[in-house]
Ligand binder design. Structure first.
Ligand code: NAD
Ligand code: G6P
Ligand code: MN
Length: 444
């Protein structure tokens, strides 16, 4: 079997060790000859890379490993780029979450004004990664899960329409795993065939069946109606409280449209007053603080321990099992498997009554030519209305980035369902401009 060469962009990410372990677990179906890390923060990346070097030396010495901040080295002779960068890191995520709250609006990493601010930072960096990949390895594919994926996807559609980039998200994977537990499927979510439509972090399941074609929606709905996506105590105890709140709130999101099953992120748009009130009990301590105190601290101290002991035996890195969808996509492309997966792709009629130029999240068959979209047909008025508003926000952000237009970004923030008025939008925008001056293009 051919062996592949991979670059992980955002080598210093908290998710990198989990992805490396996950790749090692799947060597039988997706064999690797080389892994390279690339990051623009040498210090941060070095800590993760030195620890991963020890893991690889012990567990897969046949794989070449290196790490660099030099684009030419990083992007030469590769088949896949797995991209998970966070422009501005957690320091800026914290601002994205806290600034809108000063004006009575919820603060979230990918939704509302926070997500818009993050999008304005991410676009240029993702385009830069694509250009490096195309310059040094023109046949490579980029699997991008850097956020905010919706805005990044629209930007790449506009600015690099021919590029081999696939934008993906793990939230539906996680929710589908929970649905499979609710439906007691022995092999988990891979026993289900689902129909789903929407935008990234903004979608609905409209059909869920087992492999024999039996409808699983009624029993999953029965559960979600009572408990949201909280499945059982064991899973609840293994999850942070803030995520359990989100999974539980899906019950109320579901109540609004019991014909479909919702993505958890819809709570930010449909219950923005609730989210704000809930988070505003501790406005100085948002999810960014929680992640810095937990995931970032845990991953970096596990890395330091490996380096200090010079062995990864009994190490505290854990495999990011639900990230195995990244191997699924890479394998589907490498071996032309036509695997059915949810991707963020240009609509072009797949949702027949929706903007053909919108980047929508729908099922696709993934193979060596990229992907073929599954036709969804017409969607209901409620979803269509919400999606038209949200996709306009995403398109206006990209317009603002490309043209440097203050006006377009003010419109984008005003149009977000999380923001009550144009005057509040303007105040938030002015504060975000100040906070992001090292990252955003200058707006006029
Ligand atoms: P992190 O801050 O730990 O890691 C991000 C890394 O990217 C950092 O080491 C940083 O130095 C690096 N970076 C920033 N700008 C860069 C640039 N221009 N070029 C190269 N490297 C750069 O963040 P994290 O919490 O591990 O998350 C990483 C990313 O993955 C985020 O965008 C996050 O939103 C995303 N993510 C997406 C999904 C999904 O469903 N799509 C799931 C989980 C995480
Ligand atoms: C889900 C989403 C990602 C998002 C992540 C945030 O996995 O699909 O897009 O980045 O949640 O998780 P965090 O633990 O960083 O708050
Ligand atoms: Mn996501």
């Amino acid at each position: 079997m051919k062996k592949y060469s991979i670059t992980i962009a955002g080598g210093g990410s908290t998710f990198t060790p989990g992805i490396v372990l996950m790749l090692l677990e799947h060597q039988d179906r997706f064999p690797i000859r080389s892994i390279k890390f690339y990051d623009n923060d040498a210090e941060r990346q070095k800590k993760i890379a030195q620890a991963c070097a020890i893991v690889l030396k012990e567990r897969a010495p046949q794989i070449n490993f290196s790490y660099t901040t030099n684009p030419k080295e990083a992007f030469t002779d590769i088949d896949f780029v797995m991209a998970h960068i966070r422009v501005g890191k957690y320091a800026m995520r914290e601002k994205d979450e806290k600034i809108p709250m000063r004006f009575g609006v919820l603060g979230q990493e990918t939704c509302g004004p926070g997500g818009i601010a993050y999008g304005m930072r991410s676009i240029g960096a993702i385009i830069e990664l694509i250009d490096y990949m195309e310059k040094y390895s023109p046949n490579a594919w980029m699997l991008n899960y850097s956020n905010p994926a919706a805005i990044v996807a629209e930007a790449t559609r506009r600015l690099r329409p021919q590029s081999k980039i696939i934008n993906i998200c793990d939230m539906p994977i996680d929710i589908e795993s929970k649905m499979a537990r609710i439906a007691k499927l022995p092999n988990g979510r891979k026993d289900m065939v689902t129909r789903y439509y929407g935008l990234n972090h903004f979608g609905w399941w409209c059909d869920i069946r087992d492999k024999e074609g039996n409808d699983l929606m009624p029993q999953i709905k029965e559960h979600v109606k009572k408990y949201g996506y909280i499945v059982d105590e064991a899973l609840k105890n293994a999850t942070e409280a803030s995520w359990n709140d989100t999974f539980s709130k899906a019950k109320d999101v579901f109540a609004l449209d019991p014909d479909t099953l919702p993505n958890t992120y819809l709570k930010y748009y449909l219950f923005s007053d609730y989210v704000f009130a809930h988070d505003n009990r501790h406005p100085e301590h948002t999810r960014a603080n929680e992640v810095m105190e937990h995931r970032e601290k845990d991953v970096f101290s596990a890395a330091q321990e490996i380096i200090d002991k010079n062995t990864a035996v009994d190490c505290k890195f854990s495999s990011d099992t639900h990230a195995s969808y990244i191997v699924d996509i890479a394998e589907a492309i490498a071996r032309n498997k036509k695997t059915r997966m949810l991707l963020i792709v240009e609509n072009q009629g797949a949702i027949s009554n929706f903007d053909p130029t919108a980047m929508v999240e729908i099922p696709c068959l993934v193979g060596s030519n990229g992907y073929e979209k599954i036709c969804i047909g017409e969607i209901p008025q409620f979803q269509k209305g919400l999606m038209e508003q949200q996709v306009s926000v995403e398109k206006l952000v990209v317009d603002a980035w490309i043209t440097g237009s203050y006006q377009k970004l003010w419109q984008a923030i005003t149009l977000s369902k999380t923001v009550p008025s144009a005057s509040v939008a303007k105040q938030i925008l002015d504060a975000l401009i100040e906070a992001n001056k090292d990252y955003w293009p200058e707006l006029k």
